[in-house]
Design a protein around this ligand. Sequence first.
Ligand SMILES: Cc1cc2nc3c(=O)[nH]c(=O)nc-3n(C[C@H](O)[C@H](O)[C@H](O)COP(=O)(O)O)c2cc1C
Length: 370
Amino acid sequence: MTRSTESAPSTTDPTVSATLPPPIIPGQPLTALAPMQDVTTLAFMQVVAGYGAPDYFVTEFFRVHDTSRLERHIVRSFDENQTRRPVFAQLIGESIPHLERTVVELLKHPIAGIDLNLGCPAPKVYKKNVGGGLLRDPARIDAILKSLRAACPGLFTVKMRIGFDTTDPYDAVLESVAHHRVDLLTVHGRTVKEGYRSDVHYDLIARAVQNVPCPVLANGNVTSATRAHRIISETGAAGVMIGRHAIRNPWIFQQCREVFAGRSPVSVTLADVFGYMHTLFEATYSPDVPERAHVNRIKKFLNFVGQGVDAEGAFLFDMRRTQSKAELFEVARRHLLQTPDKLFSDEPYAGVIARPNCETPIAPEGCSLG
Ligand SMILES: Cc1cc2nc3c(=O)[nH]c(=O)nc-3n(C[C@H](O)[C@H](O)[C@H](O)COP(=O)(O)O)c2cc1C
């Protein structure tokens, strides 16, 4: 059931907790690639690992309901994963029998543990009272955590926001997390209603660190390794989970390890970014998808990459207008290879927005992003 034998529980005794897989560099804070629907596919995990893997991966969420079945493409992200890093399988749902059934199915696969999504802010998701919608009902969360804890003989983790529209139920949810012996808690320091662009409430992440016995990962706007280091010192978190800034800069996990060790992070040049773009294009290509559709998909990743290319957003402006592979790579050569030694910015340039409308999902059914 577990990828790493060290983390495999030797017993189903509910009083014995499984141990978290160790980080790549023993003793360092943990890093995790955030689950991102339609982004953190098998191909993307493997591309990121090529630039320096995170300690942990988490899959896109498996939707759980009365007729749900494990989605094949998400199963591939652990069954065929060659990165040798632990992969947690994320679930979104509220039906206890179907969550338990899904756990039983997932435990037949090489996963590191089960993660529960308590944060997705897409209205079509939260209106069904799942994901971030559950944060309006801490009693229901308590019941779900109780059942999932009993159903998971190994690691059971939770990824949550700090509330739905207020943070009033936050302490009650933290109490349930502690009571049901969740093994790892990730806190995205925004409410559901705050979406993806507000300031992040790191003080409330620190409150989780003080109130739950398990390690806490800080999530939200961890834009660079230097910031990861600062956020960990400010919150006392055991590590960071990084989403959009790992799409922009897949070197970020390696850079974190360097900064955590007191070294300067490796510099990335625009020529390196061209290489990343090329690798991403090829790794995520599928012969069943027409070229134009694949170009459009890559442009969604490049929306983030463009935040580190130039302060004026010129790469983004030209990239968004391309329609074919030839046009896309012509723009890339012009913006990235004419000054190949220019450094890619560690932090996103202020005012260069990843997407004009940040609530547009990457996939039509996706968790809305911003
Ligand atoms: C495109 C996209 C898809 C996402 N899908 C998921 C998901 O499937 N499960 C989840 O828990 N969070 C999902 N999120 C939220 C991220 O995991 C993360 O909490 C959020 O982006 C904040 O972290 P960041 O500032 O490092 O990006 C998604 C975010 C984005 C941008």
